[in-house]
Design a protein. Structure first.
Length: 162
């Protein structure tokens, strides 16, 4: 009798911003939706976290949820801080800006530092490297990061599925 082949485990992605209520939960929801739409949902496990625990246990900012809803994306994650085990458990950690990148690389064990990338590494060539924080602005800032993260998440999915 033949032995079944092991099923490859899903690739695990973690999106990270400051408090895990604006940028990273939106990126998580967008990537999850795009993977599902492409029939690739089983290939990925997706989560988000913050470099700080200021909003631990909170839902995403209402403006983040509204911009997602406007575009048919459900943003339903609950904020949590990055844990030491995340550096071991995730295959790719995506920082929303260069400050997060520096902080994550400083906190990561040396062996895990190469798996930390900037989200906008997956944006169009020549773009700025930071996803701006919309928290202190109005709805237009949330719409801007929605467009930006949509492009990044689509390109990320394409790069991971090649």
């Amino acid at each position: 009798m033949a032995h079944p082949l092991p099923t490859p485990r899903p690739r695990r992605l973690l999106f990270v911003c400051s408090g895990n209520i604006c940028r990273s939960p939106l990126a998580e929801a967008l990537f999850r939706r795009f993977a599902r739409d492409e029939g690739l949902a089983d290939e990925f496990e997706v989560d988000s976290a913050g470099t700080h625990d200021l909003h631990e246990g909170d839902r995403a900012d209402p403006r983040t949820r509204r911009v997602g809803e406007k575009h048919g994306i459900v943003v339903d994650s609950i904020a949590r801080p990055v844990k030491a085990s995340d550096f071991r458990d995730f295959d790719l950690i995506l920082a929303m800006d260069r400050g997060h990148l520096r902080e994550l690389r400083a906190r990561a064990p040396e062996a895990a530092r190469d798996k930390i990338r900037l989200m906008r590494d997956f944006d169009e060539p020549g773009s700025d490297k930071d996803v701006p924080d919309p928290y202190y602005g109005g709805a237009e800032g949330f719409e801007e990061i929605f467009r930006m993260l949509s492009t990044c998440c689509r390109n990320l999915l394409a790069a991971l599925h090649e």
